[in-house]
Write a protein that binds this ligand. Structure first.
Ligand SMILES: Cc1cc2nc3c(=O)[nH]c(=O)nc-3n(C[C@H](O)[C@H](O)[C@H](O)COP(=O)(O)O)c2cc1C
Length: 200
């Protein structure tokens, strides 16, 4: 069993640790290394899960972007608690984050929106995310109509923005032989972190 150097006492904050694992996942050749499962709570109390892309590790968590009028947008407006999981198959690692979300400022959302491709930004207007549509042709017509409405620069739709996840609990998981895996939980504690090892 290969135990990483930091196994007994990880020297880093959870955000630095996640940053490092994201870089190592990308370097290992993982496709979509920023993909993470985002679980929200619906108004009936049932969990809902889907992938979104992690668009940055922040001071106390991660951020992601979506449509406020989507199912998840409504769920987050009703209950801002989330659970997130990353998995990188090549390095056999998992990171779990639990916490709450807040909407980011318009200025921060604008800055990220401006960095995306024009087609992605047209799509943010054209797609009424999570709503039914009869045919793909209808969707493509909506994309074309939006595309014709704007020049090169597409403004950010008011219903499209980003969220900051404020983590209250982290878990790092590293596969080891024979399923004798390494797991560490980290929770905020004053200005620092308390960490403990969990049985696999
Ligand atoms: C790898 C991957 C990344 C995705 N990234 C995002 C994303 O960053 N934001 C987003 O709104 N949807 C993203 N999606 C689509 C969502 O999984 C989902 O289909 C969509 O947001 C609607 O979810 P909802 O109906 O629960 O709101 C992604 C899907 C995949 C498979």
């Amino acid at each position: 069993m290969t135990i990483p150097d930091y196994a007994e006492a990880p020297p880093e904050t959870p955000t630095a640790w996640l940053d490092r694992w994201l870089i190592e996942a990308e370097e290992s050749g993982e496709l979509n290394h920023t993909a993470m499962v985002l679980s929200t709570l619906a108004s009936d109390g049932a969990p809902r899960a889907r992938f979104v892309l992690c668009k940055g590790v922040t001071a106390n968590g991660v951020r992601f972007f979506t449509n406020l009028e989507s199912d998840k947008g409504h769920q987050l407006a009703g209950d801002n608690r989330v659970a997130i999981a990353f998995y990188w198959s090549i390095l056999k690692r998992q990171v779990r984050i639990e916490g709450t979300v807040t909407r980011m400022s318009d200025a921060e959302a604008d800055a990220y929106f401006a960095s995306r491709s024009r087609l992605s930004n047209v799509g943010a207007w054209a797609s009424q995310q999570s709503r039914p549509i009869a045919t793909r042709a209808e969707l493509e017509a909506a994309v074309e109509a939006v595309s014709n409405r704007y020049g090169e620069s597409v403004p950010r739709p008011p219903h499209w923005t980003g969220f900051h996840v404020h983590a209250t609990r982290w878990e790092f998981w590293q596969d080891q032989a024979g399923r004798i895996h390494d797991r560490w939980t980290m929770v905020p504690d004053g200005d620092g972190w308390t960490m403990w090892r969990l049985q696999p």
